[in-house]
Ligand binder design. Structure first.
Ligand SMILES: [Zn+2]
Length: 298
């Protein structure tokens, strides 16, 4: 949506008729460069959201490029017989070799450089001596710090030939991310994203995990806002250019409920059904969004 400044009889405190969700006094009434600062200040005070400037965005984009390169580097190694620890070592070495830092390592005590979540594991699986088997699905979550900027993305892969259930949950989840990203526009809301994802998942008989959400990212691993993968259109925080956050739907083939294992990290489906996830780091722009960790979702 391009931003057409509005003139005429609108009250200072009226919602801006351009649909940005902001008050007129914060938006078209005074939209001059200086007011980008005022919006930045407003989002920080109102929502604790740190809007990113062009130099920040470029820094996150470079970190994002290394994240996607790391995922591509691992993709070629995913086959039956490989352990999740071997994938972790490959990711760690690749990241360090390219000047990055793996953000999960020692984050709140997490003992490895990536998360590997296999089959019924929803997220935060800890790499270890688990062997991959023919027909498994594995999600690999990579978050990298480069020159102080964070970027975060994940993908779910097939190990050998997928079962019909494995193919279904991975295809539905990939499409959930694509639709969540398609819902991002300046003047829209965080609720629009959740709604688009929930509609697609539930219309295919799958369910949306609610305990884990997308999050602001860039200056830190987890920032405001939170991006739930369920919700109502028009609800939540108004989206404005400069917001950077992840969209990372976790979709279960069965019920949405989960359990956390005794390692205090690994989340699994309560009913043992398969779970898949896809994640990208997204920048809100004047006319929609740009992925800062772009990979194909078709
Ligand atoms: Zn994330």
């Amino acid at each position: 949506m391009n931003h057409k400044p509005v003139r005429g009889k609108v009250g200072r405190n009226d919602p801006c008729p351009c649909g940005s969700g902001l008050k007129y006094k914060w938006c078209c009434m005074v939209r001059r460069p200086a007011d980008a600062d005022r919006i930045r200040e407003y989002y920080l005070n109102q929502y604790s959201i740190r809007l990113k400037e062009p130099a920040d965005i470029e820094g996150i984009r470079q970190a994002g490029r290394l994240v996607v390169d790391t995922l591509d580097h691992l993709a070629g190694q995913i086959r039956p017989g490989v352990t999740t620890d071997q994938l972790d070592t490959l990711a760690h070495e690749f990241t360090i070799h390219h000047g990055g830092i793996p953000a999960p390592l020692n984050y709140k005590g997490f003992p490895r450089s990536i998360c590997t979540s296999v089959n019924e594991v929803i997220c935060h699986g800890i790499p270890g001596n688990r062997f991959l088997r023919e027909g498994d699905i594995i999600n690999i979550d990579v978050t990298t710090i480069l020159h102080g900027y964070y970027a975060d993305a994940n993908k779910t892969y097939f190990v050998g030939r997928p079962s019909p259930d494995a193919r279904k949950i991975v295809d539905v989840t990939r499409e959930c991310l694509r639709r969540g990203m398609a819902a991002v526009r300046s003047g829209g809301t965080t609720g629009d994203i959740g709604w688009a994802i929930q509609q697609h998942a539930e219309s295919h008989g799958c369910s949306v995990v609610r305990e884990f959400v997308g999050h602001g990212v860039g200056f830190a691993f987890h920032e405001e806002p939170q991006i739930p993968h369920f919700g109502r259109r028009g609800h939540g925080i108004p989206l404005v250019p400069g917001m950077v956050f992840t969209i990372e739907p976790m979709i279960n083939l069965g019920e949405r409920h989960l359990k956390i294992l005794s390692d205090q990290w690994t989340a699994i489906t309560a009913d043992g059904s398969l779970s898949a996830q896809f994640e990208q780091t997204i920048l809100v722009t004047e006319d929609g969004c740009e992925s800062l960790t772009p990979f194909d979702l078709s």
